[in-house]
Design a protein around this ligand. Structure first.
Ligand code: SF4
Length: 380
């Protein structure tokens, strides 16, 4: 375990409009706001109060980071390079198909960005309209082609599952779209109606498939993605040719990382921190790190087990015992797993314990059953 933050997340809180299902922190975009924000992030990078670098991964998430454009993303990367960015670092920018231009893509590539994550969401124009997206499927195909022409070989597409009226042929169409348009990585998320969103206010939950139908759609998506060469490596993430998201793997492995921007989280020196969802405050602060709130200790044994069980690889016994020596964790977890014998939800062997795709559907309850703490409670 190292305290050095070797991954950097930059939250870009601008969108062209609010999608009705989204509860990420974002504000209206303007050129002026984007310039001020870039300056604030660069200042924050100069003032990092934690041991950081060299960076192995940098991730621009949002919001819509592609709105910043290549020049501003380049300025932030230049500043981050003061801590050194490894030559083989994975540098990702999340992009919206309708905010990509050839010029921006070429600029981003020239500044070292080497991975594009695109919010495609669906290969059905009807579904895209329902989701309030600003792009249609033809624009998504064009954006993917432009990214490849600019030099990007590592493309990741997001797909949404469990949408109102969605059926298996539509999911198949989405997966085929990913394959045909060069994605080596797919994130496939079940739509969750978050409180406070426009979808929640409209009562959209009642139009979504019920729990069983959602489960069927998820399992169909897992099988279809596998059939098209995308191996599942996390509950919602799939990759071909081993092109996993190295950045997200750091989160699931409980590694230290820095997050900059309103609503961004960090895990540094064994503690978790977050910035308030307040763009104005972030722009006005002389030292943004003074706004950063301490959420207490993180990376404990339970959190580690919980995060690792999200991965298809699951909990590997050897690193677990090395990380938390003398606690007999392997025996405790295996003992708890006996309750699940024959359920088809977990798979255990000499090397690891992991959830099956069926287990991943009910991951929260299984994970808590496997926790040594749960076991102690039920025995007492
Ligand atoms: S573009 Fe992305 S971040 Fe912005 S509102 Fe839509 S879903 Fe949310």
């Amino acid at each position: 375990m190292t305290n050095q933050c070797r991954s950097l997340y930059v939250h870009v809180p601008f969108c062209l409009g609010k999608c009705p299902y989204c509860d990420f922190y974002s504000a209206a975009y303007s050129e002026e706001a984007a310039d001020c924000y870039t300056a604030a992030v660069c200042r924050a990078l100069e003032q990092i109060p934690f041991p950081a670098g060299p960076f192995e991964t940098v991730y621009f998430g949002g919001g819509t980071p592609s709105l910043l454009g290549g020049r501003r993303i380049g300025a932030i990367l230049q500043k981050a390079a003061c801590f050194s960015i490894l030559p083989d670092a994975e540098i990702t920018v999340e992009c919206n198909p309708c905010s990509l231009t050839e010029k921006n893509l070429k600029e981003m590539y020239s500044f070292g960005v080497n991975r594009i994550s695109m919010g495609i969401q669906s290969a059905s124009n009807q579904q895209l309209q329902l989701l309030g997206r600003r792009h249609d499927i033809a624009q998504a195909a064009k954006a993917a082609a432009m990214a490849q022409a600019a030099g990007f070989s590592h493309l990741s597409f997001d797909l949404m599952l469990g949408l109102p009226g969605q059926d298996e042929p539509e999911i198949l169409k989405g997966v085929q779209f990913c394959r045909e348009h060069g994605a080596e990585h797919v994130s496939a998320y079940l739509l969750k109606i978050e409180p406070g969103t426009a979808f929640a206010k409209k009562g959209m939950a009642s139009h979504c498939p019920g729990e069983d139908a959602q489960a069927d759609l998820y399992l169909f998506a897992v099988q279809t993605l596998e059939a098209y060469g995308y191996a599942q490596y996390e509950i919602s993430n799939f990759a071909c040719n081993g092109r996993v998201s190295r950045h997200n793997l750091k989160y699931w492995d409980c590694a230290s990382y820095l997050g900059i921007g309103p609503s961004a989280h960090s895990f540094a020196q064994g503690r978790r921190f977050h910035f308030p969802r307040d763009l104005k405050g972030f722009l006005a602060a002389e030292n943004v790190w003074e706004l950063c709130q301490d959420d207490g200790p993180g990376g404990g044994m339970e959190e580690y087990i919980m995060l690792r069980l999200r991965l298809s690889e699951g909990v590997l016994w050897e690193p677990l015992e090395k990380r938390y020596p003398g606690q007999n964790l392997k025996q405790k977890i295996l003992h708890a797993a006996e309750m699940l014998q024959g359920s088809g939800l977990v798979d255990r062997n000499q090397k690891q314990i992991r959830l099956t795709p069926q287990g991943m559907l009910v991951s929260n309850s299984i994970i808590s059953m496997l926790m040594p703490e749960y076991q102690e409670e039920t025995e007492s």
